[in-house]
Each structure stands twice: as structure tokens, then as C-alpha cells.
Design a protein around this ligand. Structure first.
Ligand SMILES: NC(=O)c1ccc[n+]([C@@H]2O[C@H](COP(=O)([O-])OP(=O)(O)OC[C@H]3O[C@@H](n4cnc5c(N)ncnc54)[C@H](O)[C@@H]3O)[C@@H](O)[C@H]2O)c1
Length: 690
């Protein structure tokens, strides 16, 4: 079966036998569009339980009743809703704040009763208040012993029950048995059907002792008072402020495994807008802004991606990889591959493991499809490679991942698309430039820094605007004969184009300078287009695979420019040979950059690739043309003679064989029959190793 075959989109909301999983989302006042967007995204996850805030403060604003009148029916027609009633209208508080006790404690019950009478038919439970022991939500310093709180919530709870609702106690945060004990003493718990707790281990909960122990402490208080109220986790979450999206996956799975808990609501769907003030203040605590399943720009985080793709099984698989520790054979130094779950990284790790090396993969799985690559490596090699789910931007996590005796570091991880760098140049810089510097600093701190081989790009040479190219049939050619025969060599001055060019160029220069300034054994590869199996090409990166996939999927291909732009292309197996050679011969190569690619004998224009695809696939891909993209070179062919002369490296794959191999792999990925016999043979051979 194709590796990527989508699962049927039934309700694959993660649920084990004992726990139902929903989502918490707070909707800002009158955010109509945001609500519609959230509904759609939650439906894609198959989520049916939603917890949301019903703000008394908002209801008291002009337009408040109209907003609720729209919001509640809209949500209840799609979800099993748990409304959480909270926030004092500042005009009614002891002081003008949403967390201050109201002057008239009974008014809260009026508000709750009113909402139940209006909309209560479509929900079963009401949650009364949010985080009563979090001063930001309820200012308990104005209410020592929760006396006012118990009176206010007790009245609202009793009324809610009279109106046929079951009452959830606003989640304790932090989970604190002392507060629950006090609420029993105040008599409030007589009106409570479910006890809510909140937990944010790794984000806000210091002194966390694990879900089982935390829940047990609450259960002990309930048992002591003879209460059979079940415990729900009404809010659990993890902020990815440190860019640690895999850790969010782990935190999620941990919460779903909390023993004795019937229901869990995960906080939240979307990161907070950076321009808005959080409850704690404007960026007072950066964690506030990054608890979503999707980022503020709407792009999905790792947890959302896995959940959408494969439900709880896929999420649990990701967590399982992170929890596992591989015992590395006695004293064998490790090879670190950053970006080891990417296209080139997977091919390199496969070779290293086949050669009997011990490998650590450092990758944050930012690349969609990286999980598939990891699964493939495990199917071929068992759990022989250690996976460290680390983002280059987190120097502390990176340091922990490198706490081994290291034989070599291949630094492949990065933001890889020019287009993405144009949309978000800061993240691109942070990952490629700063992330590389983080790695260099960690290596510099070691008594004997290991060799580091870095995959830079031909983009550091810019658009080559001073060179003359002429259009010849379907391709551009350099007017200069030498250039035509040999390609671009390393004497070409750097000319950084596009934010991606700048960030990779900065990293390229730091890597070389750490050889110069600190004596680190580093080598830079300035690479042209690499192609081959495990390349999940998109329009933004990996054009050879992208073109083939488009043909297989019968999607039209957009060509930016006239399609005559020429690249040399190198089969990934040949690049892996070069990477291994660079490590072996690092002493003679250290401190140098090398142009690596297919060279003049392995070149293609976009139009020529389309023709080859037509021959392979039996049908011509449909093309449309758009304007040139920023920094796109008319022609780039690497002069690889220097590396070849120094190491004896020669590419082994012909263009024909390499393209056919990639085509066969992509056909297999899509679950379609490769048209050509040799390609089909390759697919069968791959199948045999699964
Ligand atoms: N493929 C090419 O044609 C080509 C050409 C020139 C240079 N390169 C360079 O080679 C390297 C590998 O390229 P690829 O084609 O395999 O790309 P890829 O996207 O398949 O792999 C990159 C890997 O890095 C990981 N990653 C991304 N951001 C990260 C972060 N912040 N922390 C940790 N891991 C992170 C991704 O999850 C992915 O697995 C890149 O540095 C790229 O710039 C590639």
C-alpha cells in the first residue's frame, strides 16, 4: 500500500477506551471569521467535544448579547459544547477588573441562568469559572479562603442544577488539593458534579509530578469527602514558545494517558495573535502565545498534522519515537545527522546504518513527510538510530542531544525553501543562520571538536547577472565556452540573493570561519539540485520530484519564467558518497567550500525535464507559465572538479537511471503502477525491504 494513502476521514479523534478528547478554544469578542475557521479546522481533526469561554464581561459590553446569540448556537450545532462561564464585567467588580469579585455576588447566577434559559437546550454541562486558584482569573487575594467565590459559584451552580444542568468546577490550576479541601469546607462541592483540573507540565507547572500522581492527590480529597464526582482534565496544553513542537506531541499523549480521567480538553486550537494582549499582559509571558495546534498564521504544527493525518495512532507513534532510548553499542562514537529525517538526511542515515555506524538523528520534523521517512528508516533498520526531536533554535535541547562521544556531524537541517524565506525571513534566519551558530558553539566547546560537514547551496552565488546566457532550443547556455564545459567553480564571488540565500550564506561563512578562527574541522558543500527517492518535492523545493509528482497526480505544473532555466542535478546516492568521502578526508579538506552537483554532464532545463517525464510517464504534464521568481538563476551548473580531484569522487548514477529511480519511487508512494519495466523492478526491490 502507498505510504501516504490517506485514512478515511471518519471521526479519528484520539480517544482511548477510557478518555474522550476534546479541544479548548477561547474566541475573542466578535471574532466571527475566526470562529468559522476554527470550526473547519476542528472538524478536520474529527473533534466533537469543544470547551469555550462564555464571558460575563463580554456579555455586558455593547453588542455582547448579540455576539453570544450568534456564537452559542453556531457552536452547539457542530459540537458537544462545554461552556465555561467566567470574567466579571469590570463595571460590576470590587475594582474594575475581570478577575475581581463582583460587588453583588448573586449577579453571576443571574447571568448563568439567563444563558441556560436562552441556549441551554443544546448543552448538558456548565463549567463555573475558570482556574479559581489562578490569580489572573480569580483574584483570591481579595477573597481569602475563597468565601466569596464559593458563595458566587454555589448560587450559580444550584440554579444551573435546577435548570437541569450538571456542573463542572472550574479547573484548578495549578492542581491543588488544598484549594479543593477549602471548597469542600465552604460547602460549594455539594453543587458540583465534575471536578475540573488544568495541567501544563513543561510550560507553567513547576514541580510537576506526572498526571497519575497529580490526579491521585485530587482523588484522595474526593474520597475523603465521600464524593463520587469524576475528574476531568478541562485544560491541558503545552506551549511551543521554544519551537519544541515534538514536545507538544509528548505532552498531549501523556495527558491522554492520565489514569481514571473520563475526559480531556486540549488547549488550544490556534496560537494567540502576537498583537493582542494575553490575560497576563502584553508578551509578559511568551508561553501564552504558543499553545495552539496551529500557528498564528494558520499553518499546522506537528501535533495537528499527525492528528489530522492518522488520528491518535499517528500521534502516539510520534510520541513513541521520542520516548525510546536506543542503547548505543559500547563506546562506539556517534554520527550526528541534523535534518536526518529529511530527504537527503534519510538517505545519508540509511547509508551510515547500513555501514554499521551508530547514528543520532536530530530533527524537529518540521518538514511534512519527515515522519514517513523516520518510519521507513525504522522498518529497514529497526530502532538502531536514536531520534532526538530537537529544533536547532533551542540551544539547550541541542546540547542535550549532543551529549555523546561524536565521530562526525552532518549538518543538513534547515529551512529549505526560498519562497518560505520570503514570507518569514526572521524564522528563516533563526533556523539557518542562528541555528547553525548554535551548533558551532556547542562543537567549539568540546575538547576535541568533531568534523562538521554542512550542506550549503549554490544560491550563495546569486543570480549570476554578469554572465551572458543565450537561449538554445529548450534551454539557456552560457555564451562563455569554459563555463559551458565546466560550470561554476568556487572562485565565483558570493552574492547572497533572497532571505534564504542570505541565511544559508551566513551559515556557510560561519562554518568556514570556525575553521579559520577556532580550528574546527569543517567542510562546506555548495550544492546544486539533488534528487532521488524519499524526496517529497513541493513547488517550493525539490523541483524534480515536484514535477514528477504533479504528472503522476495529473496536476498542472506552474513554471516560473520561460522554463529554459538549466540546473545540474545529482542523484542523492552520489551526494551521499561525497558526504562520506568528505568525512573520511576531512583533514585535507577542512576549512574549504566545494561546489557539488551533477556537473555539465548531468543537466536539465525545466522544459527538458517535462519531456523526460512525458517519456517515463507516457503523458505530457500540463504546463502554465508565470513570472520569474526572485533570485532564480537562468543557468547554474556546478564545476565539481576540485572536489573530484581532491577525493577521487565520481557520480555513479547516470541521469537516465537516476530519474527513472525517482519516478519509480514516487509511483510507489502514490500507489500507482510505474509504467516502465525498470522502474517497476526498482519498486519491487524497495517493497522487498519493507
Ligand atoms: N535538496 C536539494 O536539492 C538541496 C540543494 C542545496 C542545498 N540543500 C540543503 O541540504 C539540506 C537538506 O535538504 P533536503 O532536501 O534534505 O531538505 P528537507 O526539507 O527534506 O530536510 C530538512 C530537514 O530539516 C528538518 N528541520 C527543518 N527545520 C529544522 C529545525 N529548525 N530544527 C531541526 N530540524 C529542522 C526538517 O524536518 C527536515 O527533516 C538543507 O540544508 C538544504 O538547504 C538541499
Amino acid at each position: 500500500m502507498a505510504e501516504h494513502a490517506p485514512k478515511p476521514h471518519a471521526n479519528h479523534s484520539p480517544s482511548t477506551q477510557s478518555i474522550q478528547v476534546g479541544v479548548v478554544e477561547w474566541f475573542p469578542f466578535e471574532a466571527y471569521v475566526g470562529v468559522e475557521d476554527s470550526i473547519e479546522r476542528l472538524e478536520r481533526l474529527g473533534v466533537s467535544q469543544l470547551r469555550t469561554g462564555v464571558s460575563w464581561a463580554d456579555w455586558n459590553r455593547p453588542g455582547g448579547p448579540a455576539w453570544l446569540e450568534w456564537l452559542l448556537p453556531r457552536l452547539t450545532e457542530r459540537f458537544d459544547l462545554l461552556p465555561c462561564f467566567h470574567y466579571v464585567p469590570p463595571s460590576l467588580g470590587e475594582v474594575p477588573s475581570t478577575s475581581a469579585p463582583p460587588i453583588n455576588l448573586d449577579l453571576f447566577a443571574h447571568f448563568v441562568g439567563h444563558v441556560i434559559e436562552q441556549y441551554g437546550e443544546s448543552f448538558e454541562y456548565v463549567e463555573l469559572w475558570n482556574e479559581p486558584n489562578n490569580r489572573v482569573e480569580w483574584d483570591y487575594t481579595r477573597d481569602p479562603g475563597w468565601i466569596k467565590f464559593s458563595a458566587m459559584v454555589g448560587a450559580a451552580a444550584s440554579w444551573s442544577r435546577e435548570l437541569g444542568k450538571r456542573v463542572v468546577l472550574g479547573g484548578l490550576s495549578p492542581i491543588d488539593p488544598n484549594v479543593l479541601e477549602i471548597l469542600f469546607e465552604r460547602g460549594l462541592m455539594r453543587f458540583i458534579d465534575v471536578v475540573g483540573v488544568h495541567g501544563f507540565p513543561g510550560t507553567w507547572d513547576a514541580r510537576w509530578s506526572g498526571w497519575p500522581a497529580e490526579i491521585q492527590r485530587i482523588q484522595a480529597v474526593l474520597d475523603r469527602h465521600g464524593s463520587d464526582a469524576p475528574v476531568w482534565i478541562t485544560e491541558a496544553g503545552y506551549s511551543t514558545a521554544r519551537h519544541d513542537e515534538p514536545a507538544q506531541v509528548l505532552a498531549f499523549v501523556d495527558a491522554t494517558e492520565a489514569p481514571g480521567v473520563e475526559r480531556l480538553y486540549w488547549y488550544g486550537l490556534r496560537d494567540l495573535e502576537p498583537e493582542r494582549s494575553a490575560q497576563t499582559g502584553f508578551h509578559l509571558d511568551e508561553h501564552d502565545y504558543h499553545c495552539g495546534l496551529v500557528r498564528n498564521d494558520g499553518t499546522p504544527k506537528l501535533l495537528y498534522r499527525a492528528w489530522e493525518r492518522g488520528g491518535f495512532d499517528a500521534v502516539r507513534e510520534l510520541a513513541g519515537w521520542q520516548r525510546e532510548r536506543v542503547s548505543v553499542e559500547d563506546g562506539q562514537p556517534l554520527v550526528i545527522v541534523t535534518g536526518g529525517a529529511g530527504f537527503i538526511g534519510t538517505n545519508l542515515v540509511d547509508r551510515l546504518l547500513t555501514d554499521g555506524r551508530a547514528v543520532v538523528i536530530v530533527d524537529n520534523l518540521a518538514r511534512s513527510g519527515a515522519e514517513t521517512n523516520l518510519r521507513w528508516l525504522r522498518q529497514r533498520h529497526g530502532g538502531r538510530a536514536q531520534f532526538e526531536a530537537v529544533d536547532l533554535r533551542d540551544p539547550f535541547a541541542l546540547r542535550r542531544a549532543l551529549e555523546h562521544e561524536i565521530d562526525a556531524v552532518y549538518h543538513l537541517a534547515g529551512q529549505v525553501a526560498v519562497t518560505t524565506s520570503l514570507v518569514d525571513p526572521i524564522s528563516d534566519f533563526e533556523i539557518n543562520a542562528r541555528g547553525t551558530l548554535n551548533l558551532l558553539e556547542l562543537l567549539r566547546a568540546r575538547p576535541t571538536p568533531p568534523p562538521l560537514i554542512f550542506t550549503s547551496t549554490n544560491k550563495v552565488y546569486g543570480a549570476l547577472e554578469d554572465l551572458k546566457f543565450v537561449a538554445r532550443g529548450p534551454r539557456y547556455e552560457p555564451a562563455d565556452t569554459r563555463l559551458r564545459e565546466h560550470g561554476i567553480d568556487e572562485r565565483r564571488p558570493l552574492d547572497l540573493h533572497s532571505p534564504y540565500g542570505c541565511s544559508k550564506g551566513a551559515a556557510d561563512q560561519y562554518i568556514l570561519d570556525y575553521a579559520r578562527s577556532y580550528g574546527l574541522p569543517t567542510v562546506v558543500f555548495r550544492m546544486s539540485c539533488i534528487y532521488g527517492p524519499r524526496q517529497l518535492g513541493t513547488e517550493d523545493q525539490g523541483w524534480v520530484a515536484h514535477f514528477m509528482l504533479s504528472a503522476i497526480d495529473r496536476r498542472p505544473i506552474t513554471i516560473y519564467g520561460d522554463g529554459r532555466q538549466v540546473r545540474d542535478v545529482l542523484a542523492v546516492g552520489d551526494l551521499v558518497d561525497a558526504l562520506v568521502l568528505a568525512r573520511e578526508q576531512v583533514e585535507s579538506l577542512r576549512g574549504e567550500a566545494f561546489n557539488i552537483g551533477g556537473g555539465p554532464s548531468r543537466t536539465l532545463s525545466l522544459l527538458q525535464l517535462c519531456r523526460r517525464i512525458e517519456r517515463l510517464h507516457g503523458a505530457a504534464p500540463k504546463l502554465s507559465f508565470e513570472d520569474w521568481r526572485v533570485g532564480d538563476q537562468r543557468y547554474y551548473v556546478s564545476d565539481t572538479r576540485r572536489f573530484a580531484a581532491r577525493t577521487g569522487w565520481r557520480p555513479r548514477h547516470s541521469l537516465d537511471a537516476g530519474l527513472e529511480q525517482l519516478y519509480a519511487w514516487l509511483c510507489q508512494l502514490r500507489g500507482v503502477n510505474a509504467k516502465r519495466p525498470r522502474a517497476a523492478a526498482f519498486a519491487a526491490q524497495e517493497e522487498a525491504v519493507r
